[in-house]
Design a protein around this ligand. Sequence first.
Ligand SMILES: Nc1ncnc2c1ncn2[C@@H]1O[C@H](COP(=O)(O)OP(=O)(O)OP(=O)(O)O)[C@@H](O)[C@H]1O
Ligand SMILES: [Mg+2]
Length: 309
Amino acid sequence: MSAIIQADGLEKVFRDFWRRPRVRAVKALTFEVHAGEVFGLLGPNGSGKSTTMKMLLGLLHPTAGRLTVLGAPPRDVRVKSRIGYMPEESSLYPFLTAEETLDFFARLFPLTAAERRRRVAELLEMAGLTHARHRLVGEFSKGMARRICLAQALINDPDLILLDEPTSGLDPVGCRQVKDCILALAARGKTIVLSSHLLADVEDLCGRIAILYNGVLCALGGVRDLLEEPEQMQIFLPALSEDRRLPILAWLRDQTGVEPRWDHPRRNLERFFLETVREARGRVPDQTGVRISEEIRLAPFLSGSRGET
Ligand SMILES: Nc1ncnc2c1ncn2[C@@H]1O[C@H](COP(=O)(O)OP(=O)(O)OP(=O)(O)O)[C@@H](O)[C@H]1O
Ligand SMILES: [Mg+2]
């Protein structure tokens, strides 16, 4: 598999006005991200996630180390045109409407007027904001602003998508939709790097993760491998009555010499919440700022990956 991102010994030192080192935000960071992966950057506040993202984007220049993104240094303009970025703060121009906002970002790329209009309309639809396209984004709720930010990151049909805390500020329905959108983008072969503090989201989405602490890489690997407890195993069965269960447990105890534990699996809270909201939707009139179909449908213009470099 080809590496879309190759970081080798990456460092970032922020200096003060007199060029004295003030913060070593990222230290000796080495990792790779492969084509089509969803890669998670985790770590406590201030651990260097956003700084790493900004280096990947070419917005910050590494103090040391080597970094290749899509086969070139990240400052290369050809690379930039193939990257989409959703910053952690939804920094939007408050006096533009939703439609004008997306059109503004679309104009940064060489698109015809017709193509621009098509992409803007498709992304507004995908974000569930078509009805709010003439409203000023300055009036948007945090969740609506987040959706516009995600739409903005996709306007150039990027191959590599960098998402800094994409689900922050979204309600659980919005979170699920953004997660489904990320999975659908990955299924089309896009490469995604995201940071998040919501560990359950990361577990749902990411194939591999890196955990940073104070700028230092502390863990790197496949989520399944990192979380698996190889010394334990679980067996799934339909629920058994006590008279059928007891002899099975006794047999297991004889065979293994340990007392087997049993329990009913639980739905996770996200699934329970989504089912409750879905059920309420039929009864309670919908007045929220976002309207979106149950299933996320990617904007049709978003292509499969243009392949690897
Ligand atoms: N422009 C800057 N100038 C000086 N220091 C900075 C700058 N940007 C980030 N830092 C520092 O670098 C360190 C890492 O910050 P960064 O924003 O990368 O953390 P993070 O992991 O994204 O945190 P959070 O979870 O809060 O978003 C922090 O100590 C921060 O204060
Ligand atoms: Mg951050």
